[in-house]
Design a protein around this ligand. Structure first.
Ligand SMILES: N[C@@H](CCC(=O)N[C@@H](CS)C(=O)NCC(=O)O)C(=O)O
Length: 199
């Protein structure tokens, strides 16, 4: 078995996606929670200095949460999280969920800058994107299959991150999504990966 080290942050939604994938596939890995901004050592593995970053046997690196999830899915002998019959639908929804995480993250990064450097229109743009995306998912996404899939994991993580860092005001209007999320959150892999600061 290869030695897998997952460099992660304490609250990263991208990191949470990869941890859930490893848990679902029962792949043993060591998580190292780092302060990414101070982690110069990471540059030799990932010049973007971003988490999550997966280091295999201290020599091979996999960068980007989507690639890490695909890697875990490939090395596992359990059922794939990317049903081949709806593969492109799953991939597209994963991209929508990633975009939602990015919008929430970008908004937060802007709001923690010194107030004289913040752009109100930038923050507004991200907020509009967040609501538009969640409403779009409410109308267009319906893969509520019992078998866990990568689009489900990605959407659940993105919605939880939105609640944690921004708002849950959408939950009254997006009832289908919200009801599904409440049930999905009771899975072990969701409960075990709640960001520590969010509890
Ligand atoms: N597309 C990347 C995004 C990863 C990402 O944005 N990570 C953030 C933390 S949530 C990060 O490392 N930020 C550090 C920085 O921007 O300097 C992925 O899916 O892994």
């Amino acid at each position: 078995m290869k030695n897998l080290i997952l460099y992660n942050g304490p609250n990263s939604p991208f990191g949470r996606k990869t941890k859930i994938t490893a848990l679902v596939h029962k792949i043993p890995f060591e998580e190292k929670v780092i302060k990414v901004y101070d982690s110069e050592f990471l540059d030799k593995f990932n010049p973007l200095r971003k988490i999550p970053t997966l280091v295999i046997d201290n020599k091979e690196t996999i960068i980007d949460s989507d690639n890490i999830c695909l890697y875990f899915d490939e090395i596992s002998n359990r059922k794939t999280l990317y049903n081949k019959k709806i593969y492109w639908q799953i991939m597209t929804i994963i991209s929508v969920a990633n975009g939602l995480m990015e919008a929430v993250l970008e908004r937060r990064m802007e709001l923690i800058r010194p107030s004289n450097e913040q752009s109100e229109s930038f923050v507004k743009k991200q907020e509009i994107r967040v609501f538009r995306t969640i409403n779009w998912l409410e109308k267009n996404w319906n893969n509520f299959e019992k078998n866990v899939s990568m689009d489900q994991i990605s959407i659940a993580v993105a919605l939880e991150y939105t609640k944690y860092r921004f708002t849950d005001s959408w939950s009254n209007d997006c009832t289908k999504l919200n009801e599904w999320l409440s049930k999905f959150n009771s899975n072990d892999f969701m409960e075990l990966t709640i960001p520590k600061e969010a509890t």
